[in-house]
Design a protein around this ligand. Structure first.
Ligand code: SF4
Length: 921
C-alpha cells in the first residue's frame, strides 16, 4: 500500500493505493488525512480505471497530416523536446509574448505560472477564467478570501448554511461531510439553485431561483435586514471600510474616492470629536452612517451610507424582485428573518480570548453562526462579480466572516484586499530573451496597473487586464484560440496547452474554435503556426495539435499541492500534500512538470539553469519541489523544512522532505492554537504568525472593502480623470459596471436577445460522479452516466407538447443542437439544463465511435457565442463578465421545440475522428 493524493477532482483527498504485482488493485480514503478523513467518493475509487484507461497516450507524437485528420507519427522524447525547444527558443528570442501557455485544471500553477514568467510571456493562465474567477476575484477584492478552495463554512458551529449555485462536483467530499455534520446537529441548510439535484436535493429548503438573478435575491435580503436594522454595527465599524468617508463631488476627479490624510490613510468621522480622524485607530468613535461637511467645504458620506441607500431603494424590495427571481417576496422576507434570528439571537461565545490589530483584548470569541458558500452558478454569469460581491456584503453586514459558525478562511488566506501582487506584462516588460519582472497573473488596483499600451490596446492575447476585462485575475482561457486566429490583438507563434480540452468542452463556440485551430493563411500555413499539447489522454484537442507530449496519470508522478498555489489547508490551520509515484509508467510518457523544467533548462531560462549551464533541477519536479525557494526559506512545501525536518512554514531546504511527507501519509498539517483560529483578518497573533509563514509581506489588518475604491478609480477613468483615462469606446461600459457598490443588472445575453424568441435559460451542472471531461471516459463512471439528457420541467414540457424521451431542438441566437429530453419537477420552470462535458466527439478518448457519449451525448457549448453581439461602433466584447472577463456561459438563452427528426442521435455530429495515440478498435 502506498499513500498519495487523489486527482479525480479538485478536492485533493488523501488516498491509500493498494498494489499487487506492482499493479494498482484498490483505492480507499486515508483516514489520517485532513481533507477527507478516510471518506472516498465514487470518482476517487474509480481512479483505478483512470489510471488504466485505454485512452492513455503512450508516446510522443508529431503531426504528419492536416490538423484534425488524426495523422501523427510516434517520435522519441529527445526529438520531441528538441522540436519543442526550437519552436520556443525562436519565440523567446524574438517576441516572448508570441507564446500563449494555457493550462486546464492544473494543480501545479505555482510552477506553470513561474515558468511562464521565466520564459517572459504574459500570456499564461489556467482554467479559472472559464470557471470561477468571478467568485475568486469578488472575494479577494472584498474580504481577502474566497469560497471554494480558499475558505469553508465553520461546519462545527454553523447553525444556518446558505449555498448558492454549487453543483455536486465542486467541493465534493468536503461539502458532503460538512453537510453531514450540519444535519447531525440540526442546523438549517438552504440551497439556492435552479436545479434540485445533489446538495439541493438534500437541503432543508430548496429555492429554485431563475439563473442570473441571485444578485437581486441577495440585494433583497440586504434590503430587509437594513429595513429592520439587523446588522452587526460593531463588526462593520471595527473591521470594514463601512465607516470610511467617501468624497462626494460628482464630476470631479476625486468623486467617490476615500478621504485620506497626507500619509494616504483613510479617514472616518469621529462622533465624539466632530471631525475626521484616522481610520483604524484606538480610541476613535467612527460614525457608521451620515453625511459630513469638511472644514474645507468638501462633502463626504460614510461608505455604509451609500451602501444602505443603494439597497434600501425599492429596486431591491422583495416585492419588486420576486417575479424576476422566481422566488416569492414572503420567502425572501422569511429567509432574511431567519438570518437575523440566527445571527443576533443565537450567537455563539467560545471561551477563547484573542487580541485584535489595535491591541483590543476580547475575553471570548463571539460568533454569528451563519455560513455561506457559492460557486460556478453565481460565477459563470456576466453579472457574477457584482453578485458575488453582494453575497460577501451580506455576510459582512451580519458579522459572519471568520467568526465561530461563519465562513472561515483557509490559510494562506486571508490576504490583503486585493493581494499585493500586480500582473507583469506592460509594454517594455516583455522583451526578447528576458524574463518578466513579476508573475503574469495578479491584482490591479487601478487603471495604471492595466496591461495596455498608450492607445489602450491589450497586451495579452486573451485581453486580460485590458479595458475589456480589467480585473481578470485568472486570465480568459476561453478567448485565446479565437483571438489568436483573428490576430486580435495580435497573432501568436506557439500555442502551448496542458490538460486543457480547449478544442472541445473548454471552448465556448466549439465549431468556431475548431475552425480557428485549422484556419490557414493564403500561403497554406496555419494561422496559429505551432501547437504543443500535453495531456495524459486522447482528448478532442489532441487531434488539432502538432506536437503531443504525453503526460503520466496522477498515480505515476510526483506532485505538490503547494502553499504557492492552492494548498489543502483546513480552516484550523495550513496543510499541504504531495503525490508520489505509486507505480512506474508502463508507457513512454513523462510527467509534464518534469518536462517543463527540462524545457526550461534547454531554453536556458535563468531560474532553471545553473551559471555553468547545467540544469538547476536535474532530478525533475521532485528535485524542484524540495530545492526550489521562492524566497529565503520558503518553498513549494511548508512542512518538514529545515535541515533536520523540524521547521514549519519557513526553513532551510530539507533533502529528506519528500520522505518525511511519505512517512506522514503524503501530507502535512499545522493546527493553529485556538486564539488564532478566528477573526484572522484582524487577529494580531495570527497576522504576525502568517507573516513569518510568508502568507503576507507584513502584519497588517485586512479591512473588508464593502465599498471598492479600486472599482471607483476605473469609473473616474471612464469620466476622463486620472493618469490613464479610459479610451472613448470603453467609457460607457466601464462607467456602468465598475460600480463600487454591488448592484444587479440583467445578464448580457438575456438583455440582448428577444425574450419571446429565446424564453428559457439553459445551464449545465456537473454530476457528483464525474469531474470535467475526465470522468466520461472512465469505465466504471461511464456506467453511471454514459450520456446526458436535456432536463425540462414537466409543466413547461407539457405546454410545448414534449414528452419524456422526445428529441428536441435547442436554439440560441448562436446555433442549434438536437438533444433528448427528460422531464422532471425539481427545477426552475424557465430553465433547461444538462450534465456538462459528457458529450464527446466520436472517435476520441478511445471510446467506440458509436459510444453513447458521442451518439446521444451533447454539449451546450455549441450554442454559446464567445463574443457578444456587435455594439455601436462595431466592436464585439467577449461573452464575459465586464469586470473580470469570466466566461458567461450560464447566461445562455434558448428556445426548445419538439424535433421533427426523432432519430436516435444528437446533433451536431462532427464526424468520427480516427484514434490517435491509442490502440485502434
Ligand atoms: S472528492 Fe475528489 S479528491 Fe476526494 S476522493 Fe472524490 S474525486 Fe478524489
Amino acid at each position: 500500500m502506498k499513500t498519495t493524493t487523489c486527482y479525480m477532482c479538485a478536492c485533493r483527498c488523501g488516498i491509500k493505493v493498494y498494489l499487487k504485482d506492482d499493479k494498482v488493485k484498490y483505492i480507499e480514503g486515508n483516514r489520517d488525512h485532513p481533507v477527507n478523513k478516510g471518506v472516498i467518493c465514487g470518482k476517487g475509487a474509480a481512479g483505478i480505471m483512470q489510471h488504466t484507461s485505454p485512452a492513455r497516450l503512450s508516446k510522443p507524437l508529431l503531426r504528419v497530416g492536416e490538423r484534425g485528420a488524426g495523422e501523427f507519427k510516434e517520435i522519441e522524447w529527445e526529438e520531441a523536446l528538441t522540436i519543442a525547444t526550437s519552436w520556443l527558443k525562436e519565440v523567446r528570442a524574438t517576441d516572448p509574448k508570441k507564446l500563449a501557455f494555457f493550462t486546464g485544471r492544473d494543480q501545479s500553477q505555482g510552477l506553470t505560472g513561474w515558468w511562464a514568467s521565466q520564459f517572459g510571456t504574459p500570456n499564461y493562465a489556467a482554467h479559472g477564467g472559464f470557471c470561477s474567477v468571478n467568485m475568486a476575484a469578488a472575494g479577494l477584492y472584498t474580504y481577502g478570501g474566497s469560497f471554494w478552495e480558499f475558505g469553508e463554512p465553520d461546519w462545527k458551529h454553523t447553525k444556518y448554511f446558505l449555498l448558492f449555485g454549487v453543483a455536486e462536483d465542486h467541493a465534493s467530499n468536503p461539502i458532503k461531510t460538512g453537510i453531514g455534520k450540519l444535519k447531525g446537529r440540526g442546523a438549517k441548510f438552504v440551497s439556492i439553485n435552479p436545479v434540485k439535484t445533489g446538495y439541493s436535493a438534500i437541503a432543508d429548503e430548496w429555492v429554485g431561483i431563475r439563473p442570473g438573478t441571485d444578485g437581486l435575491l441577495v440585494g433583497a435580503l440586504i434590503h430587509v435586514l437594513l429595513e429592520h436594522q439587523k446588522i452587526d454595527g460593531d463588526y462593520l465599524t471595527r473591521y470594514t471600510n463601512a465607516p470610511w468617508l467617501i468624497i462626494e463631488n460628482p464630476g470631479g476627479p476625486d468623486h467617490g474616492l476615500v478621504l485620506r490624510n497626507d500619509a494616504g490613510t483613510p479617514q472616518v468621522w469621529d462622533e465624539a470629536a466632530g471631525h475626521p480622524k484616522v481610520a483604524m485607530t484606538f480610541g476613535s468613535t467612527p460614525s457608521l452612517m451620515g453625511r459630513f461637511l469638511l472644514a474645507d467645504g468638501r462633502k463626504t458620506a460614510t461608505a455604509f451610507t451609500l451602501i444602505a441607500e443603494r439597497f434600501l431603494s425599492q429596486e431591491y424590495a422583495p416585492e419588486t424582485v420576486a417575479e424576476r427571481c422566481g422566488v416569492s417576496a414572503a420567502t425572501i422576507r422569511r429567509i432574511a428573518a431567519e438570518l437575523a434570528d440566527v445571527a443576533f439571537n443565537q450567537t455563539i461565545e467560545l471561551d477563547v480570548p484573542w487580541t485584535d490589530y489595535l491591541g483590543r483584548q476580547y475575553a471570548k470569541t463571539l460568533g454569528r453562526p451563519i455560513a455561506m458558500h457559492a460557486m460556478r452558478g453565481i460565477s459563470a454569469h456576466s453579472n457574477g462579480f457584482q453578485t458575488c460581491r453582494a453575497i460577501h456584503i451580506l455576510q459582512i453586514m451580519l458579522g459572519t466572516i471568520d467568526v465561530p459558525g461563519g465562513s472561515r478562511y483557509k490559510p494562506p488566506f486571508p490576504k490583503a484586499t486585493p493581494p499585493h501582487v500586480k500582473p507583469a506584462g506592460k509594454p517594455g516588460q516583455v522583451a526578447p530573451n528576458k524574463s518578466l519582472p513579476g508573475p503574469p497573473l495578479g491584482f490591479v488596483t487601478g487603471p495604471e496597473d492595466l496591461l495596455v499600451d498608450g492607445e489602450g490596446t491589450p497586451q495579452r492575447i486573451d485581453k486580460a487586464y485590458s479595458w475589456d476585462a480589467p480585473l481578470a485575475a485568472h486570465g480568459l482561457m476561453h478567448m485565446v484560440i479565437n483571438n489568436a486566429a483573428k490576430g486580435d490583438p495580435y497573432t501568436i507563434d506557439v500555442l502551448f496547452m496542458y490538460m486543457a480540452n480547449m478544442g472541445w468542452n473548454s471552448a465556448m463556440n466549439v465549431p468556431d474554435t475548431i475552425a480557428a485551430l485549422t484556419a490557414k493563411k493564403p500561403d497554406g500555413s496555419y494561422v496559429i503556426p505551432k501547437i504543443i499539447y500535453s495531456d495524459a489522454y486522447a482528448s478532442e484537442t489532441v487531434h488539432y495539435a502538432d506536437l503531443i507530449l504525453p503526460d503520466t496519470t496522477y498515480l505515476e508522478r510526483w506532485d505538490c499541492i503547494s502553499m504557492l498555489d492552492r494548498p489543502i489547508s483546513e480552516a484550523d490551520g495550513p496543510a499541504d500534500s504531495i503525490r508520489q509515484p505509486v507505480v512506474e509508467p508502463d508507457r513512454d510518457v513523462r510527467p509534464f512538470q518534469t518536462v517543463l523544467l527540462d524545457l526550461g533548462h534547454r531554453l536556458g531560462l535563468p531560474a532553471m539553469t545553473n551559471p555553468d549551464g547545467d540544469a538547476r533541477y536535474p532530478g525533475g519536479y521532485a528535485d524542484y519541489i524540495v530545492n526550489h525557494e521562492r524566497a529565503p526559506g520558503l518553498g513549494p512545501l511548508a512542512g518538514f523544512r529545515g535541515k533536520d525536518g523540524t521547521a514549519a512554514g519557513r526553513g532551510a531546504v530539507n533533502p529528506n522532505q519528500l520522505q518525511a511527507y511519505i512517512d506522514n501519509g503524503c501530507h502535512w498539517y499545522h493546527e493553529l492554537p485556538e486564539h488564532m483560529r478566528y477573526y484572522r483578518h484582524v487577529n494580531w497573533d495570527y497576522l504576525d504568525w502568517a507573516t513569518f509563514f510568508g502568507f503576507m509581506g507584513r502584519p497588517e489588518p485586512i479591512i473588508h472593502q464593502l465599498y471598492s475604491e479600486t472599482l471607483q478609480k476605473f469609473r473616474l477613468a471612464a469620466e476622463g480623470h486620472g493618469k490613464v483615462p479610459a479610451p472613448a469606446q470603453h467609457r460607457q461600459r466601464i462607467a456602468t459596471y465598475f460600480d463600487p457598490i454591488p448592484f444587479w443588472y440583467a445578464p448580457f445575453e438575456e438583455a440582448m436577445v428577444s425574450e419571446s424568441e429565446f424564453p428559457m435559460h439553459a445551464i449545465t451542472q456537473r454530476p457528483m460522479a464525474m469531474y470535467h471531461s475526465w470522468g466520461s471516459q472512465n469505465t466504471w463512471l461511464r456506467q453511471i452516466f454514459g450520456r446526458n439528457w436535456l432536463y425540462i420541467h414537466k409543466k413547461r414540457a407539457a405546454a410545448l407538447g414534449i414528452v419524456d424521451g422526445d428529441w428536441v431542438t435547442v436554439t440560441s441566437h448562436h446555433g442549434t443542437i438536437k438533444a433528448q429530453a427528460k422531464l422532471m419537477d425539481g427545477q426552475n420552470e424557465d430553465t433547461v439544463w444538462t450534465w456538462n462535458a459528457i458529450g464527446k466527439r466520436s472517435g476520441t478518448w478511445a471510446l467506440d465511435k458509436d459510444a453513447p457519449e458521442s451518439k446521444k451525448g451533447f454539449l451546450l457549448n455549441h450554442l454559446i457565442s464567445d463574443l457578444l453581439p456587435e455594439r455601436e461602433g462595431g466592436y464585439r466584447y467577449s461573452n464575459s463578465d465586464p469586470v473580470t472577463g469570466q466566461a458567461a456561459w450560464y447566461d445562455l438563452r434558448v428556445r426548445v421545440e419538439k424535433c421533427a427528426d426523432q432519430s436516435d442521435e444528437s446533433a451536431p455530429q462532427f464526424g468520427a475522428l480516427p484514434a490517435v495515440g491509442v490502440a485502434a478498435e
